[in-house]
Design a protein around this ligand. Structure first.
Ligand SMILES: *[C@@H]1O[C@H](CO)[C@@H](O)[C@H](O)[C@H]1NC(C)=O
Ligand SMILES: *[C@@H]1O[C@H](CO)[C@@H](O)[C@H](O)[C@H]1NC(C)=O
Ligand SMILES: *[C@@H]1O[C@H](CO)[C@@H](O)[C@H](O)[C@H]1NC(C)=O
Length: 279
């Protein structure tokens, strides 16, 4: 008797559990009627469409206020770091073995492609010693002043395609990182020193190692498409007694307000590299 009762209760349980998924009597699915489900689905559809619409709208409004040509947020203009080409802080080669300095020479040659004299001819011949301000120009695209590799003279790779490496008097190129809106006060020039007793003679190109003011300010990648950074080439006139020694060369940007003595950033306005020439 008791066992049949149990069975009946069991059956009831199973059917009510089944009913909670789908109840054929009321037509409810998971406790809701079809129309109730339809309403819920409709609600969520509208709700998510609304959210997506809001997102798209705010995105669109934000993008409208952005300008490809002028960076949005600019607090004070930072100072530039100094970089060297060939891109190595440890320049070691045997001057009698072309294979050893080939990578340096190839790198310099590739880097100077942009400074091709005939290509640069298309850029402006600007007035030396003056900022090339184009703030008031209505043109969005700014003009660029030309910088011809020919102005690097003995370090241009034109008259001496080994950039002096063959003769053990190698050239390195120095450039300041691009900083949008930077206008150095004063006349920035490069001064390199070698830490040793008797100084190493150096030659600077363009003369006095100056970064001309006409290459400032820079207006940014998009607005200033043809801009080329000014370069200073330094030719280390090493002599026999400098060979087979590791020399530490420090170059700094001097003569302007650009910082070169930051304790934490040793590339800010300066760079130290090692050079060792064997023969
Ligand atoms: C430099 O290269 C020359 C020619 O290959 C070789 O005679 C000379 O021993 C090399 N010098 C050094 C320090 O390796
Ligand atoms: C500079 O470019 C011109 C053509 O645009 C080319 O004929 C010439 O060889 C290039 N010069 C150098 C040094 O690469
Ligand atoms: C270059 O730096 C050295 C060492 O700091 C200094 O003695 C020399 O006067 C500087 N030369 C120029 C042209 O500023």
């Amino acid at each position: 008797m008791a066992s049949t009762e149990d069975k009946a209760a069991n059956k009831e349980n199973v059917s009510s559990w089944k009913d909670s998924i789908y109840n054929p009597r009321t037509g409810e699915l998971l406790g809701r009627t079809a129309s109730s489900w339809a309403l819920i689905l409709l609600f969520y559809l509208v709700f998510y469409c609304f959210l997506a619409g809001m997102f798209a709208l705010t995105m669109w409004v934000m993008l409208l206020t952005l300008d490809d040509y002028v960076p949005r947020y600019r607090d004070r203009v930072p100072f530039p770091g100094l970089a060297i080409r060939p891109n190595s802080l440890d320049i070691v080669f045997n001057k009698s073995d072309a294979a050893q300095y080939k990578t340096y020479v190839d790198h310099l040659e590739a880097f100077l492609k942009r400074y091709n004299d005939t290509e640069q001819e298309k850029n402006e011949a600007c007035i030396s010693g003056q900022y090339y301000d184009q703030e008031s120009e209505t043109e969005m695209t700014k003009k660029a002043c030309h910088f011809k590799r020919g102005s690097l003279s003995l370090c241009s790779g034109l008259s001496d395609n080994s950039f002096g490496y063959r003769d053990g008097k190698p050239c390195v190129l120095l450039k300041m990182n691009r900083i949008i809106g930077l206008k150095p006060i004063g006349d920035p020039y490069i001064n390199c020193t070698v830490k040793k007793d008797n100084p190493v003679q150096m030659q600077y190109f363009p003369s006095e190692g100056r970064f001309d003011k006409m290459y400032f300010p820079y207006y940014g990648k998009k607005a200033h498409e043809n801009y080329v950074q000014p370069l200073v080439a330094v030719k280390l006139l090493l002599t026999k007694e400098d060979y087979n020694k590791e020399l530490s060369v420090e170059c700094r940007v001097e003569g302007s307000n650009l910082r070169n003595d930051d304790e934490r950033d040793k590339f800010l306005g300066r760079i130290t590299f090692r050079i060792k020439v064997t023969e």
